[in-house]
Design a protein around this ligand. Structure first.
Ligand code: SAM
Length: 234
């Protein structure tokens, strides 16, 4: 079973995520365990301080080493010495881009720790705790919570038994087996405001439908994401 520990100064941000999302369903089904850890429990002094002014000046506050080392080490402490080492992910706009491949990689792990930064980010020495630095895109958010939620959601839905439809449910999606975008999909009614569902989808001919989906998937990928053309090199 996959265990995900998310460390944050805003643990309350995960309330809806843990109660309502696909992650809640996965936890209920026993496919994973998700723990939200309040960094302030590892804060320093009477005020449980987790941040301080940057050396050399500059705006804002930085997250301190002490609380982060204590928090991450506490999460790793229970892992068996012969177990595969946990993936410790630092959320940062300066990281490798999180994508479906990374989600697939993470879905194969046993233990993931996700570090949510805040304020102006982390003291650079905290990076030594991380096995991965991951970004969700070239923009700056206020904290790592939404990034952690996105990573956990994309990972957990790949775990066996979480989605109905088995492995094919995710293989045919965008960035799935072929690394291309998903073909357009339609549901009832067959015509809406003059827009008709392509005849082939109503034909009941599964081979033709499959061929149409493959060609539409290739066309959409060429049009919208030419950088993905060529598919996955596996
Ligand atoms: C205000 S940001 C710090 C940005 C940092 N000063 C910089 O310029 O790279 C605070 C925290 O939000 C999270 N964060 C912000 N944008 C992110 C992104 N695109 N991907 C992942 N995490 C992000 C990180 O945990 C980061 O430490």
């Amino acid at each position: 079973m996959l265990r995900i520990d998310i460390i944050s100064v805003q643990p309350q941000m995960f309330r809806g995520f843990l109660e309502e999302s696909i992650v809640a369903r996965a936890v209920k089904k026993g496919a994973c365990e998700v723990n939200i850890v309040d960094l302030r429990e590892f804060g320093e002094g009477r005020w449980r301080k987790v941040d301080d002014k940057p050396y050399g000046g500059g705006p804002g506050m930085l997250m301190k080493c002490g609380p982060w080392f204590a928090a991450v080490e506490s999460r790793l402490a229970g892992d068996a010495p012969d177990a595969r080492p946990a993936r410790v992910i630092m959320t940062t706009p300066a990281g490798r881009r999180f994508d479906q491949r990374v989600a697939e990689e993470l879905a194969g792990e046993k233990h993931i720790v996700i570090m949510c930064g805040h304020y102006e980010g982390f003291d650079a020495r905290i990076e030594t705790l991380a096995t991965d630095r991951l970004s969700v895109g070239d923009f700056v958010m206020t904290g790592g919570e939404l990034a952690a939620a996105a990573m956990a959601d994309a990972t957990v839905r790949l775990l066996p038994g979480v989605l109905g439809g088995g492995p094919s449910a995710t293989a045919s999606e965008s960035f799935g087996r072929n690394g291309t975008l998903e073909a357009p999909q339609y549901t009832h009614p067959p015509e809406f405001r003059g827009m008709r569902v392509p005849e082939v989808l109503l034909s009941g001919d599964h081979a033709k439908i499959e061929a149409w989906r493959n060609s539409e998937s290739a066309r959409l990928t060429r049009e919208r994401r030419p950088d993905l053309v060529g598919g996955r090199d596996e």
